[in-house]
Ligand binder design. Structure first.
Ligand SMILES: Cc1ncc(COP(=O)(O)O)c(C=O)c1O
Length: 425
């Protein structure tokens, strides 16, 4: 069985029998409920394809589920291929291994004497890494349909739903359009006009979410939860609502690990900008898998970057000092709760008031000797400026915020890696 397990309460979900998205016991207690892959593929092979969803298919549970359900390898290639063709029509191209290169001019500009590697996700589907998360979810849905598995009963009658007004919403709309699956996007009244226009072009149904009298919490997220309770499929990137979304993001780590393996190096530290936490969680899990399967001799330190305006993960990390993570998973509210003040930052895409995937990130930071770093606005702005002037990558300030962490901690190591994501619009 291809199974998922809640890292908080231990509940098991058979991905063929029930949707492996939200823990069935979530709600009502203080446990950190997030579904994770129960047992990973033993010694997965790497294909020769350049589409990461073909290249690393043996590492992905939707592929394993397809094979277990009796679909041949060619059926997976067909599902990926059909979506790839449709993505090309919708967005100009499908998924391909994205470039990573050493950037000496950028290193020099920030006073780094060693090597600085930048993985460039701005050319990925919909302009950011977010589509990786959602492609993993879509392939799972397509496998359920194709293999006629119980978890997929009547699934086409259910709409997809996401609460986001940025890169995640755009990614969801592109992938949903490619699969010809209707999508509801819940956005705030002040959402960016260009994002709204693109969502409309992609055929997403937009719901503007005003705060209702007496309501606390993010109105977009509340409306999203209501839609899911009424039958919509959670098509967002927060692990708490859709643990399987983390998996597709792990392809980013596999690509980086393979390239580091090829050039025979391991960076001392990987700096990652953190909002809801799916990206850092996916990288932590993906790098650990890459190491377990011999691609990396050791892990780079995972250093997570948030802005001073909103740093719930850094707050949790301090409180986790000396605490057993298994215990922390049962007492979530001692470590993670919504940031109290309304934040603002040039890196507005990482202002999530909670780091939903905090636990897996903390595990990754502990396993690698990493930590959190909180950057100020001058560092966010400097990273954006040098990123734009010393590379040919047109990334947003959210997407260069990992570099702000490098600027803030110049002694983190001789070889540093960052991810630039989120094309500037
Ligand atoms: C460009 C970019 N980088 C990084 C992140 C952070 O990802 P996560 O919310 O998974 O922590 C985001 C989130 O919106 C983003 O848009």
């Amino acid at each position: 069985m291809v199974g998922f397990r809640c890292h908080g309460c231990g509940a098991k979900v058979d991905a063929g029998l029930a949707l492996a998205f939200r823990c069935p016991n979530a709600d009502g207690d203080d446990v950190d409920h997030v579904l994770v892959v129960d047992s990973e593929a033993p010694s997965p092979s790497i294909g020769s394809e350049t589409d990461p969803f073909l290249r690393y298919r043996a590492w992905l549970s939707p592929y394993r589920l397809a094979r277990e359900a009796g679909l041949p390898d060619a059926a997976w290639a067909d599902l990926v291929g059909q979506l790839d063709t449709a993505l090309t029509t919708v967005d100009g191209h499908g998924f391909r291994v994205t470039p990573m290169a050493e950037r000496p001019a950028l290193a020099e500009a920030i006073g780094l004497s060693g090597a600085l590697f930048v993985k460039d996700e701005t050319g990925n589907v919909s302009g950011s890494h977010k589509a990786r998360h959602l492609m993993g979810v879509m392939l799972y849905l397509r496998v359920l349909e194709t293999a006629r598995l119980q978890a997929g009963d009547n699934i086409r009658s259910r709409r997809l739903a996401i609460a986001s007004c940025g890169n995640a919403a755009l990614a969801a709309a592109v992938v949903a359009r490619a699969a010809n699956w209707p999508l509801d996007v819940f956005i705030p009244p002040d959402a960016d006009m260009s994002v709204k226009a693109r969502l409309g072009e992609l055929g997403a149904q937009i719901t503007i979410c005003d705060r209702r009298p007496g309501e606390t919490g993010d109105p977009c997220y509340l409306r999203f939860r209501e839609a899911v309770a009424a039958g919509a499929i959670p098509f967002g990137v927060q692990g708490t609502d859709n643990g399987l979304a983390i998996e597709g993001g792990r392809t980013l780590a596999f690509e980086m690990a393979e390239e580091f393996h090829r050039i025979g190096t391991v960076p001392d530290a990987l700096f990652v900008q953190v909002g809801g936490g799916a990206l850092a969680s996916a990288l932590a899990q993906g790098l650990a898998l890459a190491r377990a399967n011999g691609l990396l001799p050791r892990l780079p330190k995972l250093i997570t970057v948030q802005t001073a305006g909103c740093a719930p993960l850094a707050r949790a990390w301090e409180r986790l000092d000396g605490i057993d993570l298994a215990v922390a998973a049962k007492t979530r509210s001692k470590f993670m709760w919504p940031w109290e003040t309304t934040p603002s930052s040039l890196a507005h895409g990482i202002l999530d008031d909670e780091t939903y995937d905090w636990w897996a990130i903390a595990e990754g930071m502990r396993a690698s000797g990493g930590s959190t770093v909180v950057v100020d606005e001058a560092q966010v702005a400097a990273a954006h400026r040098v990123g734009r002037t010393h590379t040919d990558i047109v990334a947003s300030a959210t997407g260069t915020a990992g570099l702000a962490g490098v600027i803030a901690t110049p002694d983190a190591g001789k070889k540093i890696a960052v991810i630039f994501s989120g094309k500037e619009r």
